[in-house]
Design a protein around this ligand. Sequence first.
Ligand SMILES: N[C@@H](CCC(=O)N[C@@H](CS)C(=O)NCC(=O)O)C(=O)O
Length: 307
Amino acid sequence: MKANEICHVETTAFHNKLGGEDYPFETGRYWLFTSKLCPFAHRTEIMRTLSRLNEHIGLTIAGSVQTAEGWNLEERYEGPDSSSSPVVAAKRLPAIYEIAAPGYTGRASLPVLFDTKTNTIVNNESAEIIRQFDELSMQHYDNPTLYPKNKCKLIDEMIDRLGNDFITPIYRAGFASDQQTYLSYFNQVFAFLDTLDQHLGASGPYIVGEQLTLADVHAYPHLARFDAVYHSLYRLNQKFLCDYPHIADYLGRLGEIPAFADSLDIQATKAGYFLSWNQPTNGYFVPAGPIVNPRSGLTLTSQSVQG
Ligand SMILES: N[C@@H](CCC(=O)N[C@@H](CS)C(=O)NCC(=O)O)C(=O)O
């Protein structure tokens, strides 16, 4: 398999429930593996802090750069919230998968929620892990839920739209190998951003209205990477997010919440994307943006790149 043939929205194999019969909640027993590159893993870092489970569940943030050998746990990210892995024998993430499921042949993706007592992977799907963190947080701290019963349907709908109309097209555009495919996903991404901007203006301040919900935890990591990474690396360069007033306000609002802001490290994220072995580095087609004045070459849509 060539590096650029890897699908970057991984399907996942481990779907157990933390806090259920097989994996009862115990302080110090479970461990989360993430990286600063990965927006899916970023969701779990945000929820681990928001739900206050950081007092009970350890965290190892792998090195940001991916290599063919898999995520590097030995040369981990050295930020304040990242501890060395409790599975000392595993220098790379594939070794964790091999310990949990000998003979496992799928991709060794992040995030991973690991049980140090039984040496198994509880779950490796970000959407499920954050729901489980939310439930545990209600049970243990009486915290308000980010998935309220009367809003579940709406939250699920918004999460599906984010996945289908924004997140998947980001990768499809970034990894396209011909102009037409790239353009069709490029257009989907910016059509979605137009809709999201209008939606936040009409029904904000959060994605599902007045209250912060799991939909915001889904949205933030990919939005927060957009200008610094996807704009140039994936050629999603029609506009910057600062061209969308309501999205810009929304990101500013989330950026004031420590669980969101403190878990974002743009420099480490950029290093991950721009230095990893399996990111798009070539492409014999023409970027569709930015939109510039045809006489002066000045960008028309973003103040931030003019002058
Ligand atoms: N559906 C998964 C997707 C996770 C995913 O795609 N992780 C990527 C990094 S962003 C990964 O670790 N890929 C493994 C690899 O490329 O080797 C989730 O939401 O948790």
